[in-house]
Design a protein around this ligand. Sequence first.
Ligand SMILES: [Zn+2]
Length: 595
Amino acid sequence: MNDEVRRIKERLDLVEVVGDYVKLRKAGKSFVGLCPFHQEKTPSFSVSRERQTYHCFGCGAGGDVFRFLMEMEGWTFPQALEVLSARTGVVLEHRGRRREEGGDVLEEALAFYRASLGASEGEAARAYLRRRELPQEAWERFELGWSLPAWRSLEDHLRRQGLNLRDAVERGLLVEGPKGTYDRFRGRVMFPIRSETGRLLGFGGRLVDGEGAKYVNSPESPLFEKRKVLYLLPQAKRAIREKGSALVVEGYLDAIRCHLNGHPEAVASLGTAFTEEQADLLARQADRCLICFDTDAAGQEAALKGMYVLRRKGLDVRVVRLPKGKDPDELLRDPQGAEAFEGALTEALPLPRFHVAARRKWLEDPQERKRGLEEVLGGIASLSVLDVRPSLPDVAADLGLLPHELEALLRQRGWGGVSEKRPPFPPRSGERGEGIFPPPGVSIHESGEEEPAPDPWEAALCHLLWSREGSRSSSAPEGVLPLLRSECARAVASALLCGESPEELEARWLQTGDQRSAALLALGGAFLEELYLEESPEEEVLRQLRLREWRRRYEELHRRVVRKESLSEEERKDYVAMAAKIKRGEKRSYERKAP
Ligand SMILES: [Zn+2]
């Protein structure tokens, strides 16, 4: 077994495996990126190609390729071993173990369903797919299948293949009844559901004829948790990362239709409740997210809750509003509808405005207005100033208020406050609107955060100033200090740049019991050691910190441009200059990748 692990590791490059989840950049001998295990804005997460290990200087996560996938995917060690052996072609000695995992039984079932769709018994399903205007290439591309309308066709097939029927029961393919087992999916078009990495987890089945639930999914189990998957994520991941934006729809066919019509960044949420775990999957790949749910009340309610979940994960989220009664599949099938769809995407509403729109009925009803207003204001007040400010005038107009009146109402509810206590939780209103606000006391104000954990790049700069006389004498305070965001890092750097010696500083820390500064230097030292920046480490560290400032400034201006706010002449120049600087700066990091 140790030998198997060793051979698997030899055939894998951790940098590539991690690269499936995290955008990595070369820095010295390592690669760095935003840590997938904690929220951060500058990269503390480093991967060493030489050692084939990763380490996060922010949260302490670390290990090898097995540990990474186990943490990322929630796999056990045997599961990781199984997947990696399949990926690398390293044969495991105890072959029985793979069968026990049950992955084979799902793949075998999928192959059987797909063959059935093409066989003569599949005509009913093929006719259905033709009615839904899904071309045959799409059946192949999205691995669609057909479960025969019979009680034991899959069961018989699996038995003939010599597969363990217990696995098939555990994976939800067969149901155990009083008279023995039988097929769960009968007479349904089958949609395979895969994990982020493409591992088959379960199925969704759409009834074609007869009575029964329109959609049936594989049952919930530790191996298939609906709240942790997004349909078509493996196919959409690359596009999501490239566009920096994801499109979330409700149904299997909606997602497929979007992929066929130039929106490969679409995923489906498998049911209406959008979960924290699903938001995490997207937040790792994108900064923006569009939600496009059904226009019925349940769909709109789900969209509203989903937006708050996504916003809490830091995504810029908007809701796409389609013409009444249409879903993306219907709309995109019709050539004129496609145009309407694109229009709806560009006119997607930001969260505060959508919340008002979703409560329009209450707000217009004199009996309900108070309740509606209270809920809307409570929700909006839980957002950061940055999120709300651009749409404040529109929201005020939507509510029939003047902007300063709205602002006062929001402030009464704790909006934009740094130290103010948050007001009590907004009153619960029956089933509707429940649970979309953060729990009381949890602040998501950007300005309300405590001093953030020190950034390893800032710590590295402090360490260089502390350990190298040359760094101190060649750096000017006005060039360095504005790049530092952590108060602690700024204090250390400014003391050193103003002539205090490392020995004097250490003595002072000892006297005042300051442990944070020493911890900062230790972090910086460890980070530098990990990066192993050969020539002029100061230059590289300063470059990273400058790049961060440029990005921050660019994003701030970009947000305003997107919202069609006007920029002053100077700001416009700044905007263009930042874009060019960032491009040049990033290009340099990529050039360094080449030996
Ligand atoms: Zn981390």
